[in-house]
Design a protein around this ligand. Structure first.
Ligand SMILES: [Zn+2]
Length: 341
């Protein structure tokens, strides 16, 4: 089979011929139909998630089950499936308590610690495959696997969005952010979208943002949020970019009892006044991906057409490097997608 391989972290993809995988006991093989490409992959390829090389990346994927190994009973040949991104034990207190992304025996990420789906086929533990509901296509299911389910978890469990909230989304025009706009609107919030270009802000408006802030034009994001909320601030602020400066803007934009949530791979430092946290009961926290149950819910909502995949550019998986160039230059609108036909 053909596979786009990273020979060493930090290097571009190289197209290789690899043996088509045969499923081991407890595993199943997926023939790829669609994949999503976003900023997380760029960080992974830079080596920030660890893992050994050479590696076939790709965790936001979908396709058809074409072979199953011994002992597999949750999927069968012919099932349309997508892939759960995390390798977790399934038995620890966090897995059993509905917070499996905090697994005590975390085994790493698909596409980083074992081969993923930037290839014609991939073999994975059968428990990582989830069936795609009727009404959701392969591309939508692939995007659900990270760009949408991450928001489902974030908005409901971490940012705790209510219909009366003003919600600031920093990086709202990117692959994660544009689906965050839709999820926050679905939970009834008034959405303030912040991003670095008018093009990205126009996209955020198109998908439901009520107000927009051009970060490069405004400078002081928090002051602008205060102005747009009558001096109150935002009840929730989600940072998809993950620079110290962007998360600082999220924290500084909060209303009393507001929640600042970091989603984008965090780097850099932030400061806040501990006494201020007491007096205002503001919360500064992070949100980590999604559980399998949240992922299933996400796909069900998407199958109803309530949340739609926003794809800025499609290329064949053998050209995945082109999408990485767009990501590096911060010019990809929404999610990138890969085709396999
Ligand atoms: Zn566990």
């Amino acid at each position: 089979m053909k596979a786009a391989v990273v020979r060493r972290w930090g290097e571009p993809f190289v197209l290789e011929d690899r043996p088509t995988p045969v499923p081991r006991a407890g595993e199943a093989v997926l023939k790829l139909r669609a994949a999503g490409v976003g900023l997380t992959l760029l960080n992974m390829r830079g080596g920030r998630f660890g893992g050994e090389t050479p590696r076939i990346m790709g965790h936001e994927v979908s396709g058809d089950i074409v072979a199953i190994g011994d002992g597999v009973d949750n999927v069968k040949v012919g099932d349309r499936c997508t892939v759960y991104f995390y390798l977790v034990c399934g038995h620890c207190r966090w897995c059993r308590g509905g917070r499996e992304t905090l697994c005590e025996k975390f085994g790493g990420y698909i596409g980083v610690h074992r081969d993923g789906g930037f290839a014609e086929y991939v073999s994975l533990p059968a428990g990582n495959f989830l069936k795609i509901p009727d009404g959701l296509d392969y591309e939508g299911a692939a995007i659900a696997a990270d760009a949408v389910n991450t928001n489902w978890h974030c908005m409901r469990e971490r940012a705790c969005i209510n219909p009366h909230d003003d919600v600031l989304l920093i990086g709202a025009g990117g692959g994660l952010g544009i689906h965050g706009v839709q999820v926050a609107k679905l939970f009834g919030a008034r959405v303030i979208a912040a991003d670095i270009s008018e093009e990205k802000l126009a996209l955020a408006r198109e998908w439901g943002a009520d107000e927009t802030i051009n970060v490069r034009a405004v400078g002081d994001v928090a002051a602008e949020v205060k102005r747009l909320t009558g001096g109150k601030g935002a009840e929730a602020a989600v940072d998809y970019v993950g620079h110290g400066k962007t998360f600082q803007s999220a924290i500084d934009s909060l209303a009393v009892a507001g929640r600042a949530v970091i989603v984008g791979a965090g780097q850099g430092d932030v400061t806040f006044n501990p006494l201020g946290l007491i007096l205002s009961e503001r919360i500064v926290t992070g949100s980590r991906h999604s559980t399998r149950a949240e992922f299933i819910e996400t796909m069900e909502v998407m199958a109803r057409g309530v949340i739609k995949p926003v794809i800025g550019k499609r290329v064949h998986f053998t050209d995945v490097e082109r999408l990485f160039e767009d990501l590096k230059d911060e010019r990809l609108l929404g999610r990138g997608a890969l085709t396999y036909a």
